[in-house]
Ligand binder design. Structure first.
Ligand code: 1HN
Length: 349
């Protein structure tokens, strides 16, 4: 008998299990090896969605429903191992959203936190907590929980972005609240660029005290993040597994930008033949630039710009590239770190 081995079933034991079941009891020893596993064991599978396919389906959807009627015109990226759950990993949600020219996605708020990574835009915007920001390609934009948010597109082309939310976490905790404002757009109370000026210039207003767990910067523009990686490559030694990988931070405390979701941008140089790496945080990757290959367990995922792919918990991951590749990624790492659960391993043990 051990933690990971099930005791033999006998007719007497089975009769006992059947007898206690109507009394809402279950024998721990009959299920223990299934719930306390020696290593992470997940139904989440490695998978890739090509942007071209999702984009084409979203344009079909645009003929069927307006953003206003849909509330959000989104196609959920549902992990094929987690069918019917609206999950991309066990703890996270992913979807691709489309706003057509002239459309608005009406103002609402909910206790789920959201991130956006902009995939295609010639002039869309989002408003969060009274401030508007433009959404340009590669921007990482945050909607903190319980803040009003609405989106719009005043350009003449559709806009597409990836939504990442902590929906399964909030669902697990039974802490979901949501409400609509009853108007398309919330009142704008601060000028564009206000939060970037206050919190995004490596300074903080004197006496500023942390008021919320989410970064007060809600748009991390791609141009700045990309430039940082480009300058670093001149002097930085490449990490054998990650290339150059930077995490987005909350300038108030240096922690992750969001309390439940960790976000990163990484550069893999051309000709990269990465070392194996695994971690307990199942991760959603989004191509920003270049074509590459992710070897995930025994699966090979060839990806290009705007494609989305998933690496489940504790699956070995290796990257290979021909030319330069830039990847955005997100995971539940901040939660796991806070709970002392995060583990990672390098090499192919
Ligand atoms: C939501 O509010 C947005 O605001 C996107 O764009 C996706 C998925 C589930 C629940 C709320 C958005 C969402 C969502």
């Amino acid at each position: 008998m051990s933690l990971t081995e099930k005791p033999q079933e006998t007719p007497e034991r089975q009769a006992f299990y059947d007898a206690i079941e109507p009394e809402s009891m279950r024998a721990l020893w009959s299920v223990m090896s299934g719930i306390i596993t020696p290593e992470p064991k997940s139904d989440c599978r490695p998978f890739k969605w090509s942007f071209a396919s999702v984009r084409a389906r979203l344009l079909e959807a645009a003929d069927l429903i307006t953003a206003r009627e849909a509330e959000r015109r989104v196609l959920i990226l549902e992990n094929p191992g987690l069918k019917g759950t609206s999950k991309v990993t066990t703890s996270l949600y992913a979807g691709i959203q489309c706003v057509m020219p002239g459309e608005v996605a009406p103002a609402h708020r909910h206790t789920q936190s959201a991130l956006r990574f902009v995939l295609e835009s010639s002039g869309g915007f989002t408003a969060v907590a009274g401030e508007k920001t433009e959404m340009a390609f590669g921007d990482f934009v945050i909607t903190p929980n319980w803040e009003w948010h609405d989106h719009g597109n005043d350009s003449d082309a559709p806009i597409f972005w990836l939504d990442g939310l902590d929906i399964p976490v909030v669902q697990f905790l039974d802490a979901s609240f949501a409400e609509g404002l009853g108007e398309d757009q919330q009142e704008i109370t601060r000028p564009m660029g206000d939060s970037a000026a206050r919190f995004g210039a490596n300074m903080l207003p004197l006496g500023y005290e942390k008021a919320a767990p989410t970064s007060p910067i809600f748009n991390y523009p791609y141009a700045r993040s990309r430039e940082a990686l480009e300058r670093m490559r001149r002097t930085e030694a490449w990490d054998p597994a990650h290339g150059l990988k930077m995490r987005y931070v909350n300038p108030v405390d240096g922690g992750w930008a969001m309390p439940t979701i960790g976000t990163c941008l990484q550069l893999l140089p051309g000709g990269f033949d990465g070392a194996p790496y695994r971690s307990t945080d199942a991760t959603v990757y989004v191509g920003a630039e270049g074509n590459g290959r992710a070897l995930v367990g025994d699966q090979r995922i060839d990806f290009g710009p705007r494609d989305v792919f998933v690496v489940p918990s504790w699956h070995e991951l290796r990257f290979e590239t021909a030319g330069d590749v830039v990847l955005f990624s997100y995971s539940d790492r901040p939660i796991q770190e806070k709970l002392g659960l995060f583990r990672e391993r390098r090499g192919n043990q």
